[in-house]
Design a binder for this molecule. Sequence first.
Ligand code: GLA
Length: 391
Amino acid sequence: MKSNLLLILAAGIVGLSACTNNSNKTTTSKTDSDSVSNTVMIPDSSNFIATVNGKQTGLYVLKNKNNVQVAITNYGGRIVSILVPDKDGKIVDIALGYDKVAGYEQEGEPYFGALIGRYGNRIGKATFTLEGKTYHLPANDHGQSLHGGPKGFHAQVWDAKKVNDYTLELSRVSVDGEEGYPGNLAVKVVYTLTDDNAIKMDYTATTDKATVVNLTNHCYFNLNGEGNGDINDHILTINASKFTPVDSTLIPTGEIKAVAGTPFDFTKPTAIGDRVNADDEQLKMGKGYDHNWVLNDGSTNLKQAAKVVGPKTGITLEVLTTEPGIQFYGGNFLDGKLKDCKGGKPYQHRTGFCLETQHFPDSPNKPNFPSTTLKPGQTYKTTTLYKIGVQ
Ligand code: GLA
């Protein structure tokens, strides 16, 4: 098949890589300003060696038989780089991020590549009540709690175990009271790079007190290559005929609304930018797309949630998940002002998108949404795949 052939060709030009200092040299070639830049490297792993909160950070590179490479740091469990061949066999990095661990520690960094927890997305008024007890969380987003709080899982150093060339196991215990949440939560996330070019993320967690859990990954993608323009030309499909409208603080109103006839209808492949500036109340609330879609298959079966095509490279991303929802965030808050992004590139408005598989935002305060409560004796278990291809 064409895609396999391209991957084999790419295998010939991508260097060996591992979690070592001399592992960073991959493919470097000219930059063509008329098309897609083709200067691609895994960041130097020595830039990721640090001690943060008394714990050691590093960079771990997963590689499959097609020589697709994914670099992950245990600081925040973040995907740093995803190196894949495009339709012409050129290697492209499709993940936004930094080339030093210090980049990820900067205030205001927008969760690049991060594992998000204990509760991905927002909890209204940073408060919820569980089994009769009210919990107050640190409010870090206009009075709401966003992505587990300022010191959520994205800002923690995970214990890392590189199981083999293509598997990295990350784990940590989020202690009782961390960022306001009840219960000691033992969390494990296994990243596996499969031979069919999927980044598989298996999340498990157990608790010793009733708590709420909603884990996700916040990778920003640009399928034309990070730093190569905006994502408005990307063609998106979301397998959802409903979404959860929000108020001005991006907290769901509780309504589950049909997408038909609105700019939120991605049931058929549509360019992201086609309607992003339409005169629509919900788009105004989100400053663009920053909403949760209700997947048509709300079961815990692994199913395709979304598909994106980058027209310049032909690179495709399929998102498969066991979750009932997906947040499509179109990079509305990127404004070119972040410092020290990869290769010094400014990431301008809407130059990356996230597809965050999840339970719905503010579920702890929305009895009509699927529950995010985890009790002692239960195991939280979800799987999401980012499957990369070319067409
Ligand atoms: C999420 C949110 C957005 C924004 C980004 C980070 O996806 O939904 O509103 O906060 O994270 O900038």
